[in-house]
Design a protein around this ligand. Structure first.
Ligand code: 9MR
Length: 362
């Protein structure tokens, strides 16, 4: 997400933009989107942060109550599993997986390849052969350990350049530097070979904004998946992270076109890291919560009206724990309110939106 930070100065909150977003949500609430979703529940869930999970009983209760799907937020990343090169540390991941299984929750695995959250030794690799050997071995060990238990994997995360219209399409990572575009093929091929029944997803962000960069990113995602399929490499869907900026508009038509293009390629979609970046909204909490819920409704209805996602996952459940406040600090002292429950676990309007999809009444 480093480019999000670099980029965030470009966007300005306009009152009109916020009002437009809210109005669109209200207008579509009773319309064709609702008919399309026609009482079909969509699994809803959350990423689980291991510190909160271990120390806060209310957090675990909220996961049990509100989630059909659980995603270990950080514990399947390389810096959690591979801080030592010679061995794997599955402590956190095993704990989250056991909790999900004990409580009848489905699991998503996040993530087998990413340019961030890497231990130092990975960034110090120098040869193609070394990178390929490590990547293949890592994916084989991790996917095999949870074979038949983690049903869906974010095989690659954030491999698309922030703005592919300028010299894209690949993001500059250690994997791209040492392996070139083949890093994505190696990852999907290895994951598919190790667990042929797993659903394999390309996960990325900035697909939903009404901006040329987002349209280009959608196209790149489709092109990557098409090329994988042409080569007979398994890929089953695209994960839209959906870290929604409260000050930006949702490109409803662009998203619906994207859904149709995914359909044409035989690909699924899922919403994988939903939250609202509310750093530029007015401080008033009730107002922010209302507008964030409207934004989430607009986004989800745009997607669901064209294609039913396999899952809707938020990046945490409670405002008590979220990356948003740190990464997008507000100018005032108000706390970020990105998630469906407030910092005291009270339901916010966003939760009601999600529960409608979960119950199939949206
Ligand atoms: O929320 C996650 C935060 O706790 C971690 O420190 C960080 C680095 O591992 O990753 C955050 O989650 C990111 C996710 O893995 C990929 N998409 C962007 C998320 C927010 O940065």
């Amino acid at each position: 997400m480093q480019e999000i930070e670099a980029d965030r100065g470009r966007f300005r909150l306009t009152r009109r933009a916020v009002l437009r977003t809210g109005a669109a949500a209200l207008a579509s609430g009773t319309g064709f989107a609702r008919a399309q979703a026609a009482a079909r529940p969509i699994p809803v869930g959350s990423a689980a942060e291991i510190g909160a999970f271990r120390n806060d009983a209310r957090y675990r209760e909220a996961l049990k109550r509100y989630c059909d799907v659980v995603v270990p937020m950080n514990d399947l990343k390389w810096d959690a599993l591979r801080h030592e090169r010679a061995r794997f540390d599955f402590a956190g991941a095993d704990e989250a997986v056991a909790f999900a299984e004990a409580n009848g929750k489905a699991l998503r695995g996040h993530t087998l390849l990413w340019g961030e959250a890497l231990p130092p030794w990975v960034k110090e690799m120098t040869t193609r052969a070394e990178a390929e050997r490590e990547l293949v071995n890592h994916i084989e060990v991790v996917v095999d350990r949870y074979k038949g238990r983690i049903a869906t994997w974010d095989v690659v995360n954030e491999v698309i350049k922030y703005d592919p219209t300028s010299g894209g399409p690949w993001r500059d990572t250690i994997w791209q530097r040492l392996l070139g575009p083949e890093h994505v093929e190696i990852a999907f091929r290895t994951a598919g070979r190790t667990d042929p029944k797993a659903r394999l997803v390309l996960n990325d962000f900035h697909f939903e904004e009404a901006e040329p960069g987002a349209a280009a990113r959608r196209q790149v995602a489709l092109d990557i998946c098409r090329r994988l399929k042409d080569k007979g490499i398994p890929v089953h869907g695209i994960g839209m992270q959906a870290h929604l900026y409260a000050e930006k508009n949702i490109d409803t038509e662009g998203l619906q076109r994207f859904m149709r293009d995914l359909d044409a390629l035989g690909l699924d979609v899922e919403v994988t890291e939903l939250d609202v970046i509310d750093w530029k909204m007015p401080a008033d909490a009730a107002l922010r919560d209302k507008r964030s819920a409207a934004l989430v409704a607009t986004f989800l209805e745009a997607v669901v009206s064209a294609k039913r996602p396999k899952a809707i996952v938020t990046w945490g459940l409670t405002d008590r724990y979220s990356w948003v406040g740190e990464t997008f600090p507000r100018k005032d002292s108000a706390k970020a309110r990105p998630l469906p429950l407030d910092a005291d676990y009270r339901a916010k309007p966003m939760l009601a939106v999600l529960e409608r999809y979960r119950r199939g009444t949206a």
